[in-house]
Design a protein around this ligand. Structure first.
Ligand SMILES: Cc1cc2nc3c(=O)[nH]c(=O)nc-3n(C[C@H](O)[C@H](O)[C@H](O)COP(=O)(O)OP(=O)(O)OC[C@H]3O[C@@H](n4cnc5c(N)ncnc54)[C@H](O)[C@@H]3O)c2cc1C
Length: 432
């Protein structure tokens, strides 16, 4: 390892990515490499543009692929709830993220999008979306503005670490190149949806430099349940609406979807960190469902005790409880026949049906990742304390948050904070 992976002692780059000479020059000292062209990296580039020479590298043929995917089902870019509540969504990571989030608030994000020609609106749940719901107009305008500001974009450059002289090493379709830089900003994302570019390969590169990196784990993810073949075939893809889900003292009212493997969807994602962590400790966990949250237990038991006559159990249940076929099938899937046959017990189970979750779905399917660079590896400017001149931002840091626009907000905010930090570093160390 060289003393200075930030590149202060490394050789300059003279304009052609393959040509490297060995005399530090003024232009090398002003040059900042942003590695990773997702929302965090682009936000960092925006802070640096026009002030230093900025180069953004990405492994993929085009930038911002996960950002574009996020826009497929409606780009939830931030959230308009009370800011104190908003900050609370980041749990133990709040202390580290708060200064960045206070500098680039949800209101500032809306203003930023509007400056890029994309008007936003607040949905009924407080979630904020672009009027057109998509990410592509925003990304197009953003990349154009960065290019106009002189930012150099280098797709198809896969970062491989540092060479012996401290220059960044990239693999490109034309071979390997080295890129010395005054400061480096890593924004390589987590490991969900790896086919869009974020593979998490960087974890080994940083761990080899002594940086503490916590294993990347699925966040905002689905879970496996051992459904019977009959239930799976009949109900995979069916929404289960208006239920209350709980684990321990955490409760969530909302909807989810039955899948071939188990369950997924917004209400499950909110509890997914608690469910995932409980499985890690116990090998499995129990998610408790209230299938009829608006009905009280005593009334439910009294309704179920009404004579059933010749009606099948399913028909009787539907008639007296109003439960949908998927909810009734779930009861039959989980309960023994004596529990189904006893109105008192059945009412209790409708109000508290235990579902055994076996494991989270693989990280490749998750919306986001938990784990990553331990937050105490960072200084207040998002610089890695062990690698002076190297900054990090976005999902590669060890924080997690539910869906609702919190992920993109924190990626944009930490990208900008790390960009400002890299600029201050250049100013202090190189340009005085
Ligand atoms: C289906 C889906 C829907 C989502 N919807 C929302 C939503 O509505 N709202 C919300 O807030 N969040 C949403 N998210 C999450 C959000 O998209 C991510 O949190 C965000 O994109 C992370 O930004 P990032 O810049 O940290 O990383 P990324 O967006 O993952 O970008 C990292 C970049 O680094 C590049 N890279 C990785 N390794 C290398 C390497 N070795 N060399 C060079 N380049 C490399 C990758 O190609 C990638 O372009 C969604 C995610 C998914 C999967």
């Amino acid at each position: 390892m060289t003393a200075h992976p930030g590149g202060l002692t490394s050789s300059p780059w003279n304009g052609s990515l393959r040509a490297v000479t060995h005399h530090p020059s003024h232009s090398t000292l002003r040059r900042v490499a942003v590695v990773g062209g997702g929302p965090a990296g682009l936000a960092a580039a925006e802070m640096l543009a026009g002030r230093v020479e900025v180069h953004v590298f990405d492994a993929m043929p085009s930038l911002g692929r996960k950002f574009l995917l996020a826009g497929k089902s409606g780009l939830n870019i931030t959230h308009a709830e009370d800011f104190e509540r908003f900050l609370g969504r980041f749990g133990v990571a709040r202390a580290t993220l708060e200064p960045a989030l206070r500098t680039f608030t949800p209101d500032a994000i809306r203003h930023w999008a509007e400056e890029l020609g994309v008007e936003t609106f607040i949905g009924s749940s407080g979630r904020v979306f672009p009027r057109g719901m998509k990410a592509s107009p925003l990304l197009r305008a953003w990349l154009a503005r960065l290019r106009d500001a002189g930012v150099h974009l280098h797709p198809r450059h896969r970062w491989q670490g540092w060479d012996a002289a401290g220059a960044l090493a990239f693999k490109t379709p034309d071979g390997s190149i080295q890129f010395p830089a005054a400061a480096t900003l890593l924004a390589l994302g987590g490991a969900s949806w790896p086919r869009l570019g974020s593979t998490g390969d960087w974890t080994a590169l940083l761990a080899a430099r002594g940086v503490e990196v916590h294993p990347l784990r699925p966040a905002n993810c689905g879970f496996d349940i051992d459904w019977s073949e009959h239930f799976r075939q009949r109900f995979a893809g069916t929404p289960v609406k208006s239920v209350t889900l709980s684990i321990g003292d955490r409760r969530m009212r909302g909807d989810f979807v039955v899948t071939r493997h188990g369950i997924e969807g917004s209400a499950v994602y909110v509890l997914s960190n608690a469910l995932r962590d409980a499985i890690a400790v116990h090998g499995h966990t129990t998610l408790v469902l209230d299938l009829a949250p608006d009905r009280d237990l005593a009334h439910l038991a009294a309704s179920l005790a009404r004579p059933r006559g010749k009606a099948s159990l399913a028909n009787h249940l539907r008639k007296v409880t109003g439960l949908t076929p998927v909810k009734i099938a779930m009861l039959r899937e989980v309960l023994a026949s004596d529990e189904l046959g006893d109105p008192g017990t059945l009412a209790k189970r409708i109000k508290g049906l235990p579902l055994t979750l076996l494991r989270p779905r693989p990280i490749a399917e998750a919306i986001s990742s938990a784990g990553g660079i331990a937050l105490d590896e960072l200084d207040k400017d998002f610089m890695l304390k062990r690698l002076p001149g190297v900054f990090a931002a976005g999902e590669m840091l060890d924080w997690e948050a539910p869906t609702g626009g919190y992920l993109l907000t924190a990626c944009l905010a930490t990208g900008r904070a790390a960009g400002a930090g890299a600029l201050a570093w250049c100013t202090t160390h190189n340009l005085r």
